[in-house]
Design a protein around this ligand. Sequence first.
Ligand code: SF4
Ligand code: SF4
Length: 111
Amino acid sequence: MAREQVVFWQAQAPAKPAFGAPCNGCGLCCLAEPCPMGMLISRRRKGTCAALRWDDAALQYRCGVLQDAGRVASDAPAWRRGLGRLRLALARRWIAAGAGCDAHLRAEPAE
Ligand code: SF4
Ligand code: SF4
C-alpha cells in the first residue's frame, strides 16, 4: 500500500525523473529516508538524511558523504584517505551513483 510522507522540497529542485532515468539530484529519495550510509550518519532510519545538502549554484541536491569523501586531501594520513575511499565506495554503492534513479516515489504539491 502506498505511504504518504510530507517533505520540505526546494522549489528550484528539478522534477524527479522516471525510474531508471539518469539521477538529476532532485533529492527526493534522500528527503524521504536515509540510505544505509545515511542511517549511520543521521542516526535514524526515517526522515530526511542529515547528510543531504542543497547546492544553490547547481540547483540540485548533493550527498554530503560523497562531497566530503571527495575532498579528503591527498596529503592526509593514509588511514584518512582510506576512510575517504571507503565512504565514497559505500555511498556510491548504496545510492547507485552514475546509474539510473532507483527510487519509486511520486511527488505531489502539498495542499
Ligand atoms: S536517485 Fe532518483 S529520487 Fe534520488 S536524487 Fe536521484 S533522481 Fe532524485
Ligand atoms: S545518498 Fe547521501 S544524502 Fe542521500 S541518504 Fe545516502 S548518505 Fe544521505
